[in-house]
Design a protein around this ligand. Structure first.
Ligand SMILES: C[S@@+](CC[C@H](N)C(=O)[O-])C[C@H]1O[C@@H](n2cnc3c(N)ncnc32)[C@H](O)[C@@H]1O
Ligand SMILES: [Zn+2]
Length: 391
């Protein structure tokens, strides 16, 4: 049978999958919503999703993937083609043109009979999925902006021990701009700091975990990543109130001193800085617990060679070896600027701090960051001792 590409669309290869995408999306820098949304620069994020979903479904079969805002199906098609344990998918979008493109691409990839397509609002779609017998094992929530209102409907549709990935693209409030918006959408404050990326990921996790807790469930973060345009978290969903009750002490605050850069976590906000005595600004209430499950990340790493995705090895290795606390890091180039010196290699600073008796590791959240329980004075000392030349 002849497969027709819709007018204004073209076929591209991404990973091992053929996608049908708007021609216009390949020519602009800012992806447009009409005729359908597709972001060619999102291929790295989708590569990482493929690794995560393959890791989750490896050694199992019959996994069902669900995408309530699938666009042209870029992530959904890559999942069903590239994650061996995923045998069926349910994909939906409000835009019928996008779903038509996804259907054509499904034919091209030979997976048409493994996908249920629908055109509907995401909430109504998820309510329908929740009432069905066949429940998804993997769910992706990838809206424009904040995912907050979709978390509960998504969780109601999921099975026990399923995997849910959640993206937020409203990075400004998550990163400390518009504090009131952060409070409304994420039930806590963020801060503008050199480690805002981590504060943003933690606030997103906190919102999602609290949504799950309100349904007497729990979301365990297993992997997170971000860039300047998105924050993305992967969780395992477990039912039952006990784990949520036990995790109360893993919520709290990260207080930051704008004067000297000291940072601290605690169960109530700190008002004054123990290094310089000036007042601190807090972010929270937020998730202070683990962001990476080392076993899950090891599974992702094990998928790299087969998928020829070596470029993600360093990121994943760093995530697998990263300290789970404190819930912040120090970004060395920012610290070096404040000292008027050149920055030094994060690996050397980690070594120096460990030699001085502190806990320290690299962080996958920022290639120039060092996660450590040392005070800022100690990190400055280590950086000064390693900085090549004064600027
Ligand atoms: C960020 S895009 C998703 C991209 C997709 N995950 C991918 O991998 O390319 C968001 C999608 O949500 C769809 N959308 C927006 N509002 C919606 C709603 N209320 N219900 C369902 N889909 C919606 C848009 O049409 C768009 O395709
Ligand atoms: Zn201070």
């Amino acid at each position: 049978m002849m497969i027709r590409t819709p007018p204004g669309f073209t076929i591209i290869d991404e990973g091992r999958t053929k996608l049908v995408v708007p021609l216009s999306s390949l020519r602009t820098n800012a992806p447009e919503r009409v005729p359908a949304f597709f972001n060619p620069r999102g291929s790295n994020v989708r590569d990482i999703s493929s690794l995560a979903y393959a890791a989750y479904s490896s050694g199992r079969s019959g996994r069902v993937y669900c995408d309530p805002m699938a666009g042209v199906g870029a992530r959904a098609l890559r999942t069903i083609v590239e994650a061996p344990g995923v045998t069926r998918a349910m994909i939906n979008d409000l835009n019928p043109t996008a779903i038509n493109a996804a259907r054509v691409a499904a034919s091209l990839n030979g997976v048409l009979n493994r996908i249920d397509f629908s055109v509907s609002g995401a909430t109504a779609f998820l309510e329908r999925v929740a009432s069905q017998q066949e429940r998804p094992d993997i769910m992706d929530i990838d809206p424009f902006g904040s995912p907050t209102n979709l978390v509960e409907p998504a969780l109601r549709a999921l099975k026990e021990n399923s995997l849910i990935s959640i993206t937020a693209t409203d990075t400004a409030p998550l990163s400390g701009l518009y504090r009131a918006v952060a409070f409304r959408k994420y039930f806590g404050f963020s801060n503008r700091t050199d480690y805002s990326r981590e504060l943003a990921l933690r606030l997103l996790c906190s919102m999602a975990i609290r949504r799950a807790m309100s349904l007497d469930g729990f979301l365990e973060p297993v992997f997170v990543h971000s860039d300047q345009h998105y924050m993305r978290c992967y969780f395992i969903y477990r039912k039952g109130a006990e784990e949520g009750n036990m995790s109360l002490r893993r919520f709290g605050y990260v207080s930051h001193c704008p004067s000297c850069g000291q940072r601290e976590s605690s169960d109530i906000p700190k008002t004054s800085c123990r290094v310089c005595g000036k007042s601190m600004k807090y972010s929270g209430l937020t998730w202070l617990g683990r962001l990476f499950n080392p076993d899950f990340v090891a599974y992702m790493l094990s998928q790299i060679r087969e998928r020829r995705q070596e470029k993600y090895r360093k990121l994943l290795q760093t995530a697998a070896e990263e300290l789970s606390e404190p819930p912040y890091y120090f970004r060395l180039p920012d610290l070096a600027d404040s000292l008027g010196i050149m920055s030094a290699s994060p690996s050397l600073v980690v070594k120096e701090l460990k030699g001085a008796g502190w806990r320290a590791s690299l962080t996958s959240i920022d290639s120039q960051g060092v996660r450590t329980d040392a005070d800022i004075t100690e990190v400055k000392r280590a950086l000064r001792s390693l900085s090549p030349v004064e600027t």
